[in-house]
Design a protein. Sequence first.
Length: 149
Amino acid sequence: MRAVLQRVSAARVDIGGCMEAEISSGILVFAGFSGDDTDADLDYVADKIAVLRIFGDDEGRMNRSLVDVQGELLVVSQFTLYGDARKGRRPSFTDAMEPGKALVFYEKFVQACRERMPVVRCGVFGADMQVSLVNDGPVTLLVDSSRLF
């Protein structure tokens, strides 16, 4: 599983011109799943998001986690995180999980996040979404569970 985390002061998802979800201060996570992912990958990434110290303390150092600051999480599915653009001009998505299975994993991932974090909002799996954000910092990190297993 791959997740791109962006610390944000605000983020929202619109679908067809209508607001679907929004958060204030917290993390926007783009989540992608590979065909090899397991529940252990979901748990690893959800745990990492909850405790990763990327928010400032009283001295401005990144010493606080999303849970510590009672921040909000916005989860957006993004299969393109498994796009391979090394050959040709069109990315290949053969490493991405097939959509039916990915929907199940997305729902499990959202549930895992809800068990760990106080406020979790979501985009809509497979929808054509417009994502807006104000990146705070900027702070952007990649969490990839496959490097551990």
